[in-house]
Structure formats: C-alpha cells, structure tokens
Design a protein around this ligand. Structure first.
Ligand SMILES: [Zn+2]
Length: 151
C-alpha cells in the first residue's frame, strides 16, 4: 500500500536512512522530490526544507546565535532515525540567496551556493560520519530542472 494511503500508525514499521536538506521553494520542490525518488531511488526520507536550504547550516559563519537550532533539528533526525545518508540541494535563482546578501556585493550566487554545498557536505561528513551528496539544480533549455552533482 502506498505510504500516502497509510495512517501514521500503519507507517510505524517503515524505515529510512536518508535525510534531504533543500530549499522550501514551491517551484523546485517537485523537482527535488522527483530526483530523490527516480534518480537516487530513495523512497522514504526525512526532510529539512527551509528558505535557502543548506544556507541555514552555514549560519555559524555569519550569525552564530542562529546556528544552533538548525543543528539541533539535524542531530535530532540523525539520532532518532539512525540516518546514514544526507542529500543536500541548492538551486539556481534561489530567492533566499538573492535576498540574503553578505560579503562582497559582486559575489557570484551560483558559485557561492556551490561553495556552501561543498563546505556543508564536508562539515556534515566530518561531524556525523554519514554519506553526503550535494546537487545543484537549474532549468535546462526546455525549462525542466536538471541536477548536477557538486560533491
Ligand atoms: Zn531557494
């Protein structure tokens, strides 16, 4: 029976070992879901979706007082479900990244996001000893979103 037809009680026996960290953008959400399901073959996963996605995990570098809560959420999910794999996403034209400017005004947002993806992936691997894969999505010429593996 598909998960969406089961009650939460019926789903109790289900397991996942994966966490997805993504931007909450409604425009990209269906593409993130489809990629995780069809390209990565992950059917069940915990989800951390906030504006800017992984940017919230770089906050210690910019606004230390806001850094601890997202870390607590992440650690809670890792521990609670024994997660071993984290998928992190970035995407082109992320409104959060565009609005949340810091550092040099001429910074290339795509480069900034990819650099954040690499740094966060490395940090998560080192700190939690889990597999981490990072992907960056952007529309192809037909307007459908393609994902490239960043790390
Ligand atoms: Zn976004």
């Amino acid at each position: 029976m598909p998960a969406e037809e089961q009650t939460p009680r019926e789903q109790r026996g289900r397991r996942t070992d994966a966490l997805v960290v993504q931007c909450s953008s409604f425009e990209y959400r269906p593409y993130f879901e489809s990629f995780v399901l069809h390209k990565l073959g992950i059917h069940e996963y915990d989800l951390l979706a906030v504006p800017g996605g992984i940017q919230v995990l770089t906050m210690a570098n910019y606004v230390p007082k806001f850094a601890s809560l997202p870390r607590q959420w992440l650690e809670f999910m890792l521990k609670k479900h024994g997660l071993m794999r984290i998928i992190v996403f970035g995407h082109e034209d992320c409104a959060w990244y565009k609005d949340f400017r810091w550092g040099p005004i001429h910074v290339d947002l795509r480069r900034r996001q990819q650099s954040d993806l690499v740094a966060v992936a490395s940090d998560l691997r080192e700190q939690y000893h889990v597999q981490v894969n990072a992907f960056y999505g952007r529309p192809d010429e037909a307007g459908k979103v393609d994902f490239e593996m960043v790390v």
